[in-house]
Unconditional design. Sequence first.
Length: 504
Amino acid sequence: MKKILTAALTLLLLLVFALPVVGSSTPGGPFLPGKANHNTEGFMSNEQLEKALNQIEANSKGTMELDVIGHSGTGTEIFMAKVGNGSESIMIQNQQHGNEPHGAEAAINILRFLTSERQEAKELREQITVYMLPRVNPDGAELGIRTNGDWRAPNHFTSHGFFTSSVPGWDINRYHWFDWEDSTLFQYNHAGIYSEEFGLINGRSLTGTPREYDGVEGYLVDVGFGTSEEYTDEVKEKVEGNIALVSRGQNSFTNKAANAYEAGALGVVAYNDEPELSSFAISSDIPVMYTFQKFGEQLVEALEDGEDIYVDFQNSYPENPVPEAQAVVDAYKKYEPKLMLDLHNQFSYVDEDERAVTSSILWPTNPHVPDDALEMSKQMAVVVMDHMEQYGYANVNKFPGGDAPEIARNAYGLAGSGNLLIEIRGQTQSEVGQTSNGMLTRHAQEQVMSVIRAAADGSLYEADATRADTDLPTVRDRYRKDLPSEEEAEESVPREYEEEEEVE
């Protein structure tokens, strides 16, 4: 009798925990307990990821080839695993944003399956070629931040081609340019100075274009605010034939430039007195480069310590400053995959029935994407939508994205590939940490595998693309758990993320 009761209780518990999460549940859950730290130790480090990839390759009996397609800003390797030799092809990039890890976790599971001796895996390898990029942003992943952590990127600047935030680094997903000369950063008047001590220091030109500055070089001379009173005979002697370094304030930029010109300076490097840069232009007989406060203060400190800093003016961004994005672009150009997937994580949302949104998807929305690429992209969306309906925990809806050509979702659609963005619920720095890592990783890999299977057997191209517009739910609202106290938040959650606008 005891065994019967135990078995019955076990069955009851299994049935209870198998029920789908619906309206009466915690809408955006699960969340961390109020005082819990945002633990992310359950996610693979770069070292663990590399070890896993090497093990899979070693055990694959030649079915997987591991390659390095580029390096991060700190020199960390960016890996790509190739599996299969089929005529269909798909490239899957994961973790462009360091705090969005579930795609990388899913990638390892998928590679283990695709390289296995299971019959389905063997058949898939004959039908499709998979190019898997498990972690595009290794530096951001190590730091647990959205950006790539490059300290040279300007602070929290989102105009004129800059896409940065309050944490250091570039947003990789804004720099997938196939022709860099088409980019906003290249075309805008972004000037820079280069020195052996500091490398390239960027800013913007207040006069002319950076490409007109060739040959303008000299030693930096600190002239304070660049007022006429500060140009003593001693300062004039130093600045003649060199470059004046001045701070914003006390007088206009036009006057700063005029005073430097009268003293014989060949150019001016002006730095702001607050973190961000404003946008304007001036008239001047010599070039004026306007840079960020943090760079100016670093230069002043070095000069005060007795360093000699020789600089030359140049275009700040003659090449893509985001090596991680460029690595993906180069790999795409080399292998020309027919399909692309881009995996991210988003905030917590609920639908109109207050069910948790477990993922959101979107195809290219730039108006210049070729019709055939757009149709394939929407067919990918329909395949994902239909596949996930069988899982009680799954709730997929449409992601609200823009049409910027440099975003990966649009960039590779413009290049002619079917392309789908997949946004899994749960960024590590906001509400969930590593909570439900297994479920969210499974959610990611199910969506990816549904596209791989459909592309391999051809059913992808039979899907009704119009259903992406008609059947995919669009209503979603941001769900916020009661925020912790300010003291608790300071200990666990960076405050700048609390009101961060959702972007892919």
